[in-house]
Design a protein around this ligand. Sequence first.
Ligand code: NDP
Length: 684
Amino acid sequence: MSALLESYVAGHWFRAQDEGEPLLDAVTGEEVARVSTRGLDFAALVAHAREVGGPAVRRLTFHERAGMLKALAKHLGGFKDEFYALSLRTGATQRDSMVDIDGGIGTLFSYSSKGTRELPNDTVVLDGVTEPLGRGGAFVGQHVYTSRTGVAVQINAFNFPVWGMLEKLAPAFLAGLPSIVKPASQTAYLTEAVVRRIIESEILPAGSLQLVAGSAGTLLDELDEQDSVAFTGSAHTAAILRNHRSVLHRGVRLGVEADSLNCSILGIDVTAEDPELDLFVKGVVTEMTVKAGQKCTAIRRAIVPDALADTVVTAISDRLAKIAVGNPANESVRMGALASRSQRDEVRKAIEALRNSADIVYGNPDRVDVVDADAEQGAFLSPVLLRAHPGATEPHDVEPFGPVSTVLTYSTTDEAVALAARGRGSLVASLVTHDPAIARQVTLGLAPWHGRVLVLDRDDAAEAAQAGGHGSPLPNLVHGGPGRAGGGEELGGIRGVLHHMQRTAIQASPDMLTAITGRWTTGAERRVDEGHPFRKSLAELRIGDSIVSDSRTVTLADIDHFAEFTGDTFYAHTDPEAAAANPLFGGIVAHGYLVVSLAAGLFVEPNPGPVLANFGVDNLRFLTPVKAEDTIRVTLTVKQVTPRTSADYGEVRWDAVVTNQDDAPVATYDVLTLVAKTWPQEDA
Ligand code: NDP
């Protein structure tokens, strides 16, 4: 008998109290492992996440968490051979495994870098700008995101045992939540192997990752208001979870990614001679055969203009005929097995249902020639292409989770959009067109029904293919879809992190808001008497440290000089008559960039010191025109200090306000600088 998979619970590997259910190799039909959670203490599992894992992760700043994700990605990269070998047993080819294993590790890297670049080195995230709530500026509002104190439960499908786990784990961890990972039993042996490597590495804090290998048992009963469940799988299971009492009555957040009848539309502008036709055909064939079509994003409906239907069917069939099906360990094989024989039965049933309103035009669901394997022992299936009858309904309702797609035809662009919408909400649609007007019409028609739309033509095809094309969710783009696709949303860069956090509107005085958020708020106290803040290292700078500069009168000669020197001779700065006719200025005004440059001259401390570089400005606004003989001064205040974990400097964001002789604000912006952590700098 093969080994029983273990779950990782409360700091220990747990072995079930029975022999478990066998999990069979998708290619040979041999037993790979057994799985069971009989006797698992689900209450202890959840308590450990809440009491040990959660507090440990929330103690870390976003940057510290991001650093751990990077270390983890590097660590897992060292075990790829082991993971690839196990992945073969799920029926995956080398290329399929790359999507799952390298794709999963890549997602960790991506979240690590986004966390470092786009989140503060803190535990709270500010959302939007400060809202004035009173007339005098003493009462303001600010939205903030904080980590929820519960656990992130992640229930995954069988098709991506590695990526499925890591794409949910990375944003949850960055958000400060401990994860309980529950892979689909069928391929849980690969997920278990990865979790073992993660636990062994001791990179993540204790309690921040636990594993349930086998049935979810009473896990959901243990959850409450601060907890969330992210689910990927069938609409049937999604409905069970939606009706679970923890979701209905205890406020557990549930995110669902379920069945999806994704489509690809060939634009009505495309002719048989255009390169777009080939791009369309390649896209459909790739999506039918990668992962043997067991992808939530695969193209199930190929929507083509009537006039090109025969051409498209022939071209897809010709390409499918070249796909060798069989043992994924054999290098000539382009498509491996489905995950299990029962999964193959499900797909055959779906094809039968589709045949009510479509004819098979390529492939035989009951027969396939296989390379280097036993066709009956392994879960092999031929790619199957169908062509829908006019008015067909099944292709919009039945999801064959395998190498199956149906060609549907249309005669007007509106009809193509209407057909796509009959999927009742999908994860992704492709549109292949080289016509910008069609691109806009179709994309705006598809967008309400889809989480992602890929617009493909000869110009972006090569790079789109490198990025994975239609079927690849990317960490920086949203993954999920409305309606039938589940209504959930994952990834999308930092959006995916914020989903795990609570947004709260804070109402307070500017001083209180500064103390709460760690970021200086307009109206809060400034400290101006401690010398020039450019002389202070990162360690010495405090939020609110300010300098009020000397004043300077801007002369007509300054404006003339700037115009001539830079070449910016726009009439408002150089032509008194034309400037007088300008309804906003009524005369010559200084260039905005002159004002900002003069402001820098006023606030800068010129000597070598801890300020190393200026790397930009944010939110620059010119509020009042500066005329010749106006006198300006600038107030610069430390707004936010962000040490970089792996450098001997950090970022300082300064609030800059330029005012005129009447104290009216002339320009406001944030100055962004890099400042040494210590000064004089210690010898390297
Ligand atoms: P399931 O919905 O059966 O399983 C998905 C996950 O949910 C698995 O981890 C499963 O665990 C778990 N699960 C099942 N029942 C419960 C429950 N009552 N409470 C908590 N967790 C539960 O989907 P499959 O993975 O078996 O795939 C079946 C079909 O789902 C496919 O044929 C396909 O049609 C669709 N699918 C759609 C995907 C998409 O994103 N569009 C992705 C994958 C599948 P266990 O394995 O231990 O039962």
